[in-house]
Design a binder for this molecule. Structure first.
Ligand SMILES: Cc1ncc(COP(=O)(O)O)c(C=O)c1O
Length: 361
């Protein structure tokens, strides 16, 4: 049994990250929810079978639920969560989404559209008037803020109001901001989606997704879909992600302060034509003045920064996004997305600066 959050005082997010989802303080109870490896349970209780529930998932869901202020369901991956939410939309309905959302989400929309399942309208999320106009007749408004990898920020509140006036659900992919920097349910969103693979788990060793809502009916429908299609999380993955969550506030604070210091230095470097940073978080994008070849060169000549996809781990990683054929053609060819980690900022800068110096900028 996980602690009932209603019985607790209101704590700050840093305290919740450490305390939420723990077993009750009773003699001989472990401090952490144990790893329950079970495909089935003795009949007669609430769980019955491993696809319907697991105490380790429940602990992770309780913790993330408290941080986002909603009820949480964990999924096998971020994209399993995205797919389950998109499946809520009725046949032939219209979905509004950012043109620069994570390319896996865009690819799911394109696939569903190609199969006649729904129609998608892609918008510039920074143009609130255009997004509001696009909400008319939509069934679902998908937001990602900041977007991956363009780092555009959407005005969630006015867009959510317009979407609700049109009778549409609003979903926010909160992977980049984390609940510590943005709580979309407080801003009017109906659903929040996470790739918990990223900052929430935080150590580049887990694939996991999550969906959150304050709407009990939506929660039950999504739980029913998860039970039915089996997009369930691994037990070890949820346990590791919960362990990662315990230090989320420290990791985000440090990575964000490193990112802010690096942005100031990158803006001064002649090899960098443009720095994109929304002012918060630990993801930065730079566009190299000398083009895609210089960007590729940069990602191959550092010792500390790791050339790798994904983001949100303790270690600093980067990649030229257009090396993926699936990335939007409107993302600059020479854009390098940087996931700033928690290393020493001067070491990070020295490694980056000497690699930038070597790109011929
Ligand atoms: C913003 C965003 N949403 C969703 C996903 C998909 O998550 P996963 O890789 O855990 O399936 C990603 C992955 O990069 C992402 O960056």
């Amino acid at each position: 049994m996980v602690d009932d959050p209603r019985a607790r005082p209101t704590w700050s997010p840093s305290t919740l990250a450490v305390t939420a989802g723990r077993p009750p303080h009773e003699p001989d109870r472990p401090l952490n929810e144990p790893l329950t490896m079970a495909s089935t349970y003795v009949a007669g209780g609430d769980l019955e079978y491993g696809r319907y529930g697991n105490p380790t998932w429940t602990a992770f869901e309780a913790a993330l639920g408290e941080l986002e202020g909603g009820r949480c369901l964990a999924f096998a991956s971020g994209l399993a969560a995205v797919s389950t939410v998109l499946d809520l939309v009725g046949h032939g309905a219209r979905v509004v989404a950012p043109r620069h959302a994570y390319n896996g989400s865009i690819m799911q929309l394109a696939d569903l559209e190609a199969r006649g399942r729904l129609s998608a309208t892609l918008v510039d999320v920074t143009d609130t008037d255009a997004v509001v106009a696009a909400c008319e007749d939509a069934a679902l408004v998908w937001l990602e803020s900041p977007t991956n990898p363009a780092l555009e920020v959407a005005e969630i509140e006015p867009i959510a109001r317009a979407a609700h006036d049109a009778g549409a659900y609003v979903v926010v992919d909160n992977t980049f901001a984390t609940p510590l920097l943005q709580r979309p349910l407080d801003l009017g969103a109906d659903l929040v989606v996470h790739s918990a693979t990223k900052f929430l788990a935080g150590h580049s060793d887990v694939l996991l997704g999550a969906v959150l809502t304050r709407d009990d009916q939506l929660h039950d429908v999504l739980k029913g879909r998860r039970d039915l299609i089996g997009a369930v999380p691994g037990t070890l993955e949820t346990w590791l992600a919960l362990r990662g969550l315990r230090t989320l506030h420290l990791r985000v604070e440090r990575a964000q302060s490193n990112a802010q210091a690096l942005v100031r230095r990158l803006e001064e470097h002649p090899a960098v034509e443009e720095v994109r940073y929304p002012g918060f978080g630990a993801i930065v994008a730079i566009v190299l003045a000398q083009g895609a070849l210089a960007a590729d060169l940069l990602t191959h000549q550092t010792r500390l920064w790791v050339h790798a996809t994904s983001l949100g781990g303790v270690e600093s990683t980067f990649e030229r996004r257009r090396r993926w054929k699936t990335e939007a053609a409107t993302i600059p060819d020479a854009l390098v997305r940087m996931s700033v980690g928690i290393e020493d900022v001067d070491d990070l800068w020295e490694d980056l600066r000497s690699a930038l110096d070597g790109t011929g900028g």
